[in-house]
Design a protein around this ligand. Structure first.
Ligand code: KG4
Ligand code: ZN
Length: 333
């Protein structure tokens, strides 16, 4: 008999539902909230209300697209954390209610573990062990992955995440949130002309707050001399900032690959959509004989498909939770 699971993701500003059948994703439906565009970042209260409004139609659409009736579901999976508490509560409460009415178990999923297992959403898939650089709006991690549910964070950011560095730079440049994709587009029209300091962080950890401050002072000094500096040089500024951030990310993953002697390397998270990161990651891979993996775009940004992949493996191992689960804003694995 086949195993069909409905998975829900509501940790930040994407409300998503997916159906997985015997490890194959049948549908992955995501609504990215637009309400935060003019605020320079996600407004937690607005995000929670928006999830509340969208969760039911999103689940309905995911079931319809998969051609599945809820009576066929064997379990319900949900992101328990990390994320925004108000947003997580919406997903967790929804799943608790539906699980009790259908009398099926709940599977709790760690959002960061799910970003890593997004590699298995569609083929080709990496072999174990591999290293995964997860770069999103909230997190920057290097993860050593030994098996589907056995993984270890070996490097992470001490302050801002990589996506946050893109988004906060965008805010300084007057761009709407999320600025990452806009910086990416503008960078393609510009040239790397300005340099910023490389943070001296030991080991495999990252730091982006110093870079952010350096960019702030750079823009302040330049606009003092020429008030139209940003307008006149926006593409070159974007190209320079983007190239700098990508260099920081690649230098640490190169170091991790060397130190651990692992040549299967994956990218995950929203920032892995960045064209410069993808291009230079693949070029490094060619140079160093890495096997490189980047999930399809719909599985890079927050989505329930990746939650469903983790749920599938937890189901196989019988790892279930009960009605007592509570969302966790902070969560490690
Ligand atoms: O994984 P994700 O959807 O959500 C979080 O878990 O945070 O990542 C969103 C982040 C945002 O910071 C956004 O600016 C960034 O990914 N992002 C990009 C690009 N597309 C999305 N950053 C740089 N270049 C892109 N093309
Ligand atoms: Zn995420």
């Amino acid at each position: 008999m086949s195993t069909i699971i409905l998975a829900i993701e509501s940790s930040c500003d994407d409300c998503s539902a997916a159906i997985i059948k015997d490890g194959v994703i049948l549908s992955n439906v995501t609504n990215t909230q637009e309400v935060h565009r003019n605020y320079g970042g996600v407004v937690p209260e607005l995000a929670a209300r928006n999830h509340d409004q969208y969760i039911l139609p999103i689940v309905d659409t995911a079931l319809k697209q998969a051609g599945v009736d809820k009576s066929q579901l064997k379990a319900l999976a949900v992101t328990r954390g990390p994320g925004l508490l108000g947003s997580l509560i919406v997903g967790v409460s929804f799943v608790k209610g539906l699980a009790s009415s259908l009398n099926i178990p709940i599977i709790e999923v760690n959002h960061m573990q799910a970003h890593v297992l997004a590699q298995f959403a569609t083929p080709p898939v990496p072999s174990f062990p591999f290293l995964c650089l997860t770069v999103s709006g909230g997190h920057t991690q290097i993860v050593k992955v030994d098996n589907f549910l056995e993984m270890e964070v070996i490097g992470s950011t001490l302050d801002d995440a990589a996506g946050e560095a893109f988004d906060k730079t965008g805010k300084m440049l007057g761009l709407p949130y999320p600025a990452g994709p806009i910086i990416d587009k503008k960078a393609q029209l510009g040239q790397v002309k300005y340099e910023f300091p490389i943070p001296k962080i030991p080991g495999l950890n990252f730091s982006f707050s110093g870079v952010k401050t350096a960019i702030r002072y750079f823009l302040r000094d330049q606009t003092k001399e020429n008030p139209r500096f940003i307008e006149e040089n926006i593409n070159d500024i974007c190209a320079s900032v983007q190239s700098h951030l990508v260099s920081i990310l690649l230098s640490k993953i190169k170091r991790a690959a060397r130190e651990l002697n692992i040549n299967t390397i994956a990218l995950a998270g929203g920032v892995s959509a960045n064209s410069e990161l993808r291009k230079r990651f693949k070029a490094e891979g060619d140079k160093r004989n890495w096997e490189c993996f980047i999930p399809e775009f719909q599985y890079c940004t927050d989505n329930a498909g990746m939650i469903a992949v983790v749920a599938h493996h937890k189901f196989l191992k019988g790892e279930f939770s009960d009605q007592s689960i509570a969302p966790a804003a902070r969560m490690h694995f």
